[in-house]
Design a binder for this molecule. Structure first.
Ligand code: CIZ
Ligand code: SF4
Length: 308
């Protein structure tokens, strides 16, 4: 247990970053104190791009395990540290390596589109990776080629893409426990309470919730939407951490979280103290075998080609 104040921890972190040539990447779902000291805050696509471009020797990834793994896939020669090793992702854990391997073997001609929220072990069997920021574009590309497709593990984003683009894909039956738990009645209650607010939602929510949204998008897209909008109040249908960046960019606008349940326990495991200790001691290094890494990185690179 450290008894340092936040500012004292920030001072040490800044000093170590310079001394060690380290960079701190943080996801929008992290607590505000971590977002505020990070070099880059973003969604998993932007953070993967940063990880592939940085010339730092150490990347401290404040997020969940699959995100740090993605950074390691793109920078195998760098030390990638995850402050809390147990911080996983409910959805990523819903795809089992043996099951996707079997699907690959039985469906050699199907394009496997793998949501970035998946383990490196599973990514080995994918043709292309996608995030919520680029999923529609990449799915559309393969649909236009008349390819048979599997999308997973998130059935909700898959259903949303099929609904938007009028295409068919096989879907894995994974979901995010936090977004999937939202109900249209939650939206109706919030809209009554805040009648002037627009409702924005993440595509990891069910279609019946998305049908009530004024705008659907990834965290980055939601942040950009509320910033560009003339409206002054918003009901937020994604993990509560995004509100930190929304408020920073939009003083004067009001943001209401749709439900108190929109808190990712895994993302919130990481406290400033964990980042502090991790950078100080250089602990919790992500390791991926060369064999897995060489296969899994291909689908991530393929995605980055689409995102240039
Ligand atoms: O892709 C990401 O970073 C996630 C998990 C959500 C989002 O929409 O940004
Ligand atoms: Fe995974 Fe859901 Fe947490 Fe995102 S919010 S990291 S999908 S459990």
């Amino acid at each position: 247990m450290t008894t340092l104040t936040k500012e004292q921890m920030y001072d040490d972190i800044r000093r170590w970053k310079k001394e060690k040539n380290a960079v701190i990447l943080a996801h929008y779902y992290q607590v505000g104190d971590i977002q505020d000291i990070a070099d880059y805050v973003g969604d998993s696509l932007a953070l993967a791009q940063k990880a592939s471009q940085t010339d730092a020797d150490i990347i401290v990834f404040c997020g969940v395990h699959f995100m740090a793994e993605t950074a390691k896939l793109l920078s195998p020669q760098k030390k990638v540290l995850l402050p809390v090793m147990e911080a996983g992702c409910f959805m990523a854990n819903m795809m089992d390596e043996a099951a996707i391997k079997k699907y690959r073997e039985e469906n050699p001609d199907t394009v496997i589109l793998m949501y970035v929220n998946s383990t490196a072990n599973c990514k080995q069997y994918a043709d292309v990776c996608v995030t919520s920021s680029n999923a529609l574009k990449i799915i559309d590309y393969y649909a236009k080629q008349g390819k048979k497709m599997l999308y997973g593990p998130d059935k909700n984003l898959g259903n949303y893409a099929m609904h938007k683009s009028n295409i068919k894909m096989d879907l894995w039956h994974g979901f995010c426990g936090i977004h999937n738990g939202l109900k249209p009645s939650d939206v109706e209650v919030a809209k009554k309470k805040y009648p002037n607010a627009l409702f924005v939602a993440h595509p990891e929510c069910n279609l019946d919730v998305l049908a009530l949204a004024d705008y659907v998008g990834s965290t980055k897209q939601l942040i950009e939407y509320v910033t560009a909008s003339d409206a002054k109040e918003f009901i937020i249908g994604t993990e509560v951490g995004v509100i930190h960046e929304m408020e920073k960019r939009n003083p004067g606008k009001k943001f209401y979280i749709l439900s108190d349940r929109l808190k990712c326990f895994e993302m919130k495991l990481t406290r400033l103290e964990d980042l502090y200790n991790c950078l100080k001691d250089e602990t919790n290094e992500i390791e991926i075998s060369k064999e897995v890494s060489e296969k899994a990185v291909k689908c991530v690179n393929k995605m980055l080609e689409f995102s240039k």
